[in-house]
Design a protein around this ligand. Structure first.
Ligand code: GDP
Length: 476
């Protein structure tokens, strides 16, 4: 799949020469009639502030007609929310408390069913979808698999504790994903709670709440006493309105797997979050590299349903095998087609596992919504002093054209969380006098993350600087 610079310029209604200039800045010297690959084209599209309407991989690769939804077909859809925060700060309690708000609003009788996601109706009649697996690991894992399902992140911080390592990780994962955040200051029922201190500490991480003149919404809650919950729901809806979340409900469904397992009585079962279209009983689909036909659907209240529209989570029965979290579900016209697409995806998955290039400095330049080329990196070191020195030195070698973006930095061994974060942004991971633990090493291998170890700061900086310069040069 490639497109010439001129063709792309025409489609974006931009001047061809401007595209050539932008490409030159990215380190690619091309003429108007030369083709560029899809990744480069996407970078350009974003650089120029246009939206990419990407048909799913299967559509592109096997020539299925990619339907782009016309603006008039788009209808508002519920926001999808993920809760993050440090262990014991109350993520699970908050998820439970929010789920409970539903029962109050009259939906009694239904036995809550844990299917990996659930929906809440607000007093104002709006619907909000919550993903039931809290934490940034699941979030970034999904993202690394191409499933950006979360619209809004709720960062839970215990008012009696403060910002802890996983709070900071959650902040960094959220920022890397470019997802808006609402801060829920929890446990305000405790006598030693000090919400104001949390707001102040957040400033250190460039999170400025509204009361302090910033743009991040915050809300004081107690998951235990169930206070502040309606306020939180209101703020989620406020944020959702700003995001103008829409989807076309009247088309063949697409969605993502939230969780999946083999069930003794029911066979392979997956909870799917419908992203667009409406999933119906009898639909034939491909899910990851499995295929199937919707035999039954069960919602988060344990009820059988016949249809599921955008942002609705449903448990789907009728799969040929167990897919993975993040896998995409695509409804297709018939079983022959489903098998074809499934076989194709299986082949692609194998190919990707065996031939995927490691993330390299060439891969990591993302020009997302900014004119400056960004160079994302994750830094771990043995002591706070060296981590700080590395971070400030890396920030100093940024130029007007290319900027180092520290996705996360911290003290200690390289963990799985560091790797999932790096993977989701295709950034390299720098270890200064530290190594990954076994699990992180395996994950890094699987995700083809570039792990780099240093014991001299100068070497680290020289190498990064050299590759940044190489990236900007017109020829390499
Ligand atoms: P998670 O690890 O972030 O999921 O945290 P949990 O939801 O498991 O909560 C950890 C502990 O904090 C539990 O003992 C909860 O009962 C307690 N907890 C959670 N929310 C509140 C709250 O609002 N107030 C008080 N006092 N305790 C809470």
């Amino acid at each position: 799949e490639s497109i010439t610079v001129q063709e792309l310029a025409n489609r974006m209604a931009e001047k061809g020469a401007d595209l050539v200039k932008a490409l030159f800045k990215m380190g690619t010297a091309v003429t108007l009639n030369q083709p560029i690959d899809q990744d480069t084209a996407e970078l350009l599209v974003e650089e120029f502030g246009h939206r990419i309407q990407r048909v799913s991989d299967a559509d592109v690769e096997i020539g299925m007609e990619g339907e782009v939804d016309a603006p008039e077909t788009l209808k508002a859809r519920p926001p999808v929310v993920t809760i993050m925060g440090h262990v014991d700060h109350g993520k699970t309690s908050l998820l439970d408390a929010l789920r409970g708000t539903n029962v109050v609003s009259g939906e009694s009788g239904g036995i809550t069913q844990h299917i990996g996601a659930y929906q809440v109706k607000t007093k104002g009649g709006d619907t909000i979808t919550f993903l039931d697996t809290p934490g940034h690991e699941a979030f970034s894992e999904m993202r690394a698999r191409g499933a950006n399902v979360t619209d809004i992140v709720i960062l839970v911080v215990a008012a009696d504790d403060g910002l802890m390592p996983q709070t900071i990780e959650a902040i960094n994962h959220t920022k890397a994903a470019g997802v808006p955040m609402i801060v829920a200051i929890n446990k305000v029922d405790k006598p030693e709670a000090n919400p104001q201190r949390i707001r102040e500490r957040l400033l250190e991480h460039e999170i400025v709440v509204e009361d302090m003149g910033g743009e991040t919404q915050d809300v004081e809650v107690s998951a235990l006493k169930r206070t502040g919950l309606d306020d939180l729901l209101d703020k989620i809806m406020l944020q959702a309105e700003l995001l103008e979340l829409t989807a076309n409900p009247d088309r063949a469904a697409e969605g993502n797997v939230v969780e999946a397992q083999l069930d003794k009585g029911r066979g392979a079962v997956a909870t799917v979050l419908v992203r667009k279209g409406t999933l119906k009983i009898g639909d034939t689909f491909v899910i990851g590299s499995e295929s199937g036909k919707v035999r039954a659907m069960i919602n988060d209240k344990g009820q059988n349903v016949k249809t599921a529209g955008p942002s609705t989570p449903v448990e789907v029965l009728g799969l040929s095998g167990v897919p993975m979290a993040g896998d995409q579900l695509t409804v297709v016209e018939n079983e022959a087609r489903a098998r074809e697409v499934a076989a194709y995806r299986q082949e692609q998955a194998t190919k990707k596992r065996t031939t995927a290039a490691p993330t390299s400095f060439e891969h990591m330049f993302s020009a997302l919504n900014t004119k400056v080329i960004e160079y994302p990196v994750v830094v771990k070191g043995d002591v706070q002093g060296s981590v700080e020195a590395i971070v400030s030195s890396l920030n100093r070698i940024s130029t007007d054209e290319i900027k180092v973006r520290i996705l996360h930095s911290g003290v200690g061994a390289i963990t799985e969380s560091d790797v999932t974060l790096a993977a989701a942004s295709r950034a390299p991971l720098i270890g200064f006098n530290v190594r990954p633990n076994a699990k992180a090493r395996q994950l890094a291998e699987r995700e083809k993350i570039s792990l780099r170890y240093y014991d001299v700061i100068y070497d680290l900086l020289e190498e990064v600087r050299g590759e940044m310069a190489g990236q900007l040069a017109p020829e390499r």
